[in-house]
Ligand binder design. Structure first.
Ligand code: AP5
Ligand code: ZN
Length: 218
């Protein structure tokens, strides 16, 4: 299974990715998680990405495309992978097409913007694993601690309300066009293009997982 999870910041891509990856036994490729790890480690990529991420903008297409090409060449991607937060610009999507990367599905998770602000303000994450919680909607077993390792949870630097609004604007301008890109490609070239599925991302985490797995079922 090779698929893209498409959706606005805070739509629940990371949350649902964990369930989908477990079901299909595939790695989650989150460019956001990879960039946050690079920032934390202080690598050259991290140094370039840090300021852009804090401001809610997008890291340059060239950097991201190289990062993803290297990642999908790893042996654990041989049987598939899930892209979370990638592609998020038309050039990134085109680069995958040009490189001949075959995809089975594009799954869009749709959530209204007002719900997103509330989700992001309560989000807490475990940076080492990418596991994500919410203080109200998806709390950890022990407050402030990761369920698996017991390590402390953190709030992301880009989850301030002002930055969230900027990220939503960037999504509208640069990423939303991918909805048309993939749905039109699927209509025009059904044999070559990934199948396009859209689900509502409103409801409980479990309800959305059930919708996602059903959408990928045929
Ligand atoms: P990235 O890490 O990809 O962030 P994002 O797309 O903004 O998405 P989020 O991780 O914020 O949200 P999500 O959809 O994963 O939601 P989650 O499951 O956590 O990117 C960060 C930055 O890196 C970008 O701004 C950019 O600078 C850079 N970057 C990354 N990729 C790039 C690329 N390809 N090109 C260029 N730059 C790139 O859920 C959110 C919250 O809601 C959580 O608290 C969760 O517990 C809660 N929640 C989930 N589901 C539900 C539910 N059903 N009900 C209630 N709450 C829920
Ligand atoms: Zn995420």
């Amino acid at each position: 299974m090779r698929l893209i999870l498409l959706g606005a910041p805070g739509a629940g891509k990371g949350t649902q990715a964990a369930f989908i990856c477990q079901k299909y036994g595939i790695p989650q490729i989150s460019t956001g998680d990879m960039l946050r790890a690079a920032v934390k480690a202080g690598t050259p990529l991290g140094l370039q990405a840090k300021g852009v991420m804090e401001s809610g903008g997008l890291v340059s297409d060239d950097l991201i495309i190289n990062l993803v090409k290297e990642r999908i060449a790893q042996p654990d991607c041989a049987n598939g992978f899930l892209f979370d937060g990638f592609p998020r610009t038309l050039p990134q999507a085109e680069a995958m097409k040009q490189a001949g990367v075959k995809l089975d599905y594009v799954l869009e998770i749709d959530v209204p913007f007002d719900a997103i602000i509330e989700r992001m303000s309560g989000r807490r994450s475990h940076p080492a694993s990418g596991r994500t919680y919410h203080v109200k909607f998806n709390p950890p077993k022990t407050e402030g601690q990761d369920d698996v390792t017991g390590e402390p949870l953190v709030q992301r630097d880009d989850d301030k309300e002002e930055t969230v609004r900027k990220r939503l604007d960037v999504y509208n301008d640069q990423t939303r066009p991918l909805v048309d890109y993939y749905s039109q490609w699927a209509a025009k070239e059904p044999a070559a293009a990934p199948k396009y599925r859209a689900i509502s991302g409103t409801g409980t985490v479990e309800e959305i997982t059930a919708r996602a797995l059903a959408a990928l079922g045929d």
